[in-house]
Design a binder for this molecule. Structure first.
Ligand code: FAD
Ligand code: NAD
Length: 519
């Protein structure tokens, strides 16, 4: 992120896009852009970028780009899709850059993987046929016979990636429709299954490492609002059980939607949102609130530790998206209390900035209002903690949010952990989130220690002062034994996280011993 000039905030950009000014220089005309044409527009004062086949004139946007002009220029005159996906694929550029749309890339036939695979299979078969051909009636019929056999086996060939093969089936009884997805993965669990069924539209996504399998159909008939998702973890079988609304026989499951029965990289799958109801909003500090959102009835979604979701709101006619990290409603001191964590609610602790575009709009939501919530994202892996003996959590401000579930998991489920230390950086005493709960937890569990560091303390503050620094980290982050397995997690404003990682490297910690939470 770079500091933007005054008058160049997202709200200013939204205003400019609504002003009716010609932002493309084409007076609203949309054109077809060839690669050669795109390449010509590669200067700051004349910069076109292609994202997913659509070309945008980003010159008017340069000064408004939170990542800075240089970042945008990296894709000048080229296809910036990969770069965009690496940095912030969640940003709703279609809506934000609507006014900058120049047109579509001129069509250039590209062999889709499926087609390539079929061509490859055909050519392979053709070679086999070449050998066996003398024994067959005709080359074509031989190929057709082999293909029909493959199809009869019901093998959707494209759903095999890295030797992982996913397929589905469905059956019905008088009252139920059961859809079964077979992943054959041993370590399947509830966090890897995201299912939504609203208005006859069923979407079931299974996360398998960095790939995603999707089942997406417009159901043949209506269903009731209480589906069930069952997971046979050891064999990787997932069942989605729908209750028929009317007791009739279904001839088909429904109409397949565009991405139905596909198994692709997660980064290539668009973000899916569902509308969640705001059920409560409670003050945590003078500027931070705990929002409780209720998932719709037919939704199965569990946000894994260390992952975030995106919230989407329409602000001044433009869709705006921001990431937030779900946490628990409180720090459980007695772990039985967690039964209130029923899976139907998502809790978010959000700091309301006085001039924040998104958080101001969020703060104006009334109980009962709806907001769109995406599927989870993030690259933190629980296994990083499971093998650790000492865990250090460096959090600044709302960078505390990913630490909550992590702390709970570490103290309840990781038996090899000897110590967990939270070093919590804030400006002032009254900015500290859940101070009381943290202190109580430290009293209750001797493995846990918390240290508060204030950058703008009052005279009465007797604790640690300052910002993140080498000397502070060398003092607070120490291995208790030479060969201890250590994990250090860090989250906060980008400069805090970046500086922290550098200091930790200087102190001799390896990349594997650190996890930085970033977007
Ligand atoms: P903007 O309109 O973008 O900014 C307005 C002003 O507010 C800025 O000029 C600045 O003064 C101040 N400001 C805005 N953003 C920041 C910032 N990030 N750091 C410091 N000052 C800022 N926030 C939470 O409150 N809770 C979370 O759980 C949470 N999780 C996040 C997870 C990830 C992966 C990331 C990347 C960010 C997370 N954030 C979280 C930050 C959140 O996404 C927004 O950036 C934040 O809510 C501000 O949005 P805004 O539109 O209100 O502010
Ligand atoms: P804040 O402005 O109140 O600052 C809290 C503390 O952070 C300060 O006291 C200081 O110690 C440190 N800090 C702030 N700016 C710094 C800088 N430039 N250099 C070094 N240290 C600095 O914090 P906030 O308003 O609560 O912001 C929290 C940040 O955490 C936001 O930027 C948010 O985007 C980020 N966040 C990220 C994630 C994630 O997963 N990536 C999750 C939650 C929050």
């Amino acid at each position: 992120q770079v500091p933007l000039k005054p008058g160049r905030s997202l709200m200013d950009w939204i205003r400019l896009t609504k002003s009716g000014k010609d932002l493309t220089g084409l007076k609203g005309r949309l054109i077809e852009v060839t690669e050669d044409e795109l390449a010509k527009h590669n200067k700051k004062e004349d910069c076109w970028i292609c994202i997913r086949g659509f070309v945008y004139n980003v010159t008017p946007y340069m000064e408004y780009h939170p990542g800075g002009e240089d970042e945008l220029m990296k894709a000048a005159g080229t296809d910036g899709t990969d770069l965009f996906d690496q940095v912030h694929r969640w940003v709703n550029y279609e809506s934000m850059l609507k006014g900058c749309l120049v047109g579509r890339m001129a069509f250039k036939p590209i062999a889709a993987p499926k087609v390539q695979f079929l061509l490859f299979t055909f050519s392979l078969l053709s070679s086999v046929v070449g050998l066996l051909y003398p024994f067959c009636c005709s080359k074509t019929s031989f190929i057709l016979i082999v293909f029909s056999k493959l199809l009869a086996l019901g093998l959707p060939l494209e759903n095999r990636v890295n030797n992982v093969f996913v397929c589905y089936d469905w059956f019905q009884t008088d009252g139920l429709i059961t859809i079964v997805i077979y992943t054959k993965q041993k370590d399947m669990n509830a966090e890897l299954v995201i299912a939504d069924c609203q208005d006859k539209r069923l979407r079931g996504e299974i996360i398998l490492d960095d790939h995603s399998y999707l089942l997406e159909v417009d159901l043949e008939h209506a269903v009731q609002e209480d589906f069930a998702v069952n997971i046979a973890e050891k064999v990787g079988k997932v069942e989605i059980i729908l209750k028929k609304r009317d007791n009739i026989h279904w001839k088909v499951l429904g109409q397949p939607l565009e991405s139905h029965n596909t198994f692709i990289r997660r980064v290539d799958r668009g973000l899916f949102y569902r509308k969640c109801k705001l059920v409560s909003k409670a003050e945590v500090t003078h500027d931070t609130k705990l929002f409780c959102l209720m998932l719709p009835k037919n939704t199965h979604l569990q946000v894994p530790i260390g992952q975030h979701v995106y919230l989407k709101q329409v602000i001044a006619g433009t869709e705006v998206v921001k990431p937030y990290t779900p946490l628990l409603p409180f720090l459980p001191l007695d772990f039985k209390e967690l039964s209130c964590h029923d899976g139907a609610h998502i809790y978010l602790m959000i700091k309301i900035y006085s001039c924040g575009l998104f958080t101001q709009a969020l703060d104006h939501l009334q109980i009962g209002d709806y907001i769109s919530v995406s599927n989870p994202e993030g690259n933190f892996k629980k296994s990083q903690v499971q093998t650790s003996e000492e865990l250090f959590l460096l959090a600044a401000g709302t960078g505390f949010t990913p630490m909550v579930k992590l702390l709970n998991f570490a103290l309840t489920e990781v038996s090899c952990l000897r110590t967990v230390k939270l070093i919590f950086f804030n400006k002032k005493e009254d900015d500290v989130l859940w101070r009381n709960q943290l202190e109580q937890l430290a009293l209750k569990d001797e493995r846990f220690e918390v240290q508060f560091v204030l950058s703008e303390p009052t005279k009465n503050w007797v604790g640690k002062q300052g910002k993140i620094s080498l000397s502070l980290l060398s003092e607070c982050v120490k291995r208790s034994r030479k060969d201890s397995k250590v994990l250090i997690c860090i989250c906060g404003p980008t400069p805090f996280t970046e500086q922290g990682v550098e200091y930790l490297k200087d102190l001799g910690y390896s990349q594997e011993e650190m996890h930085a939470f970033i977007a």
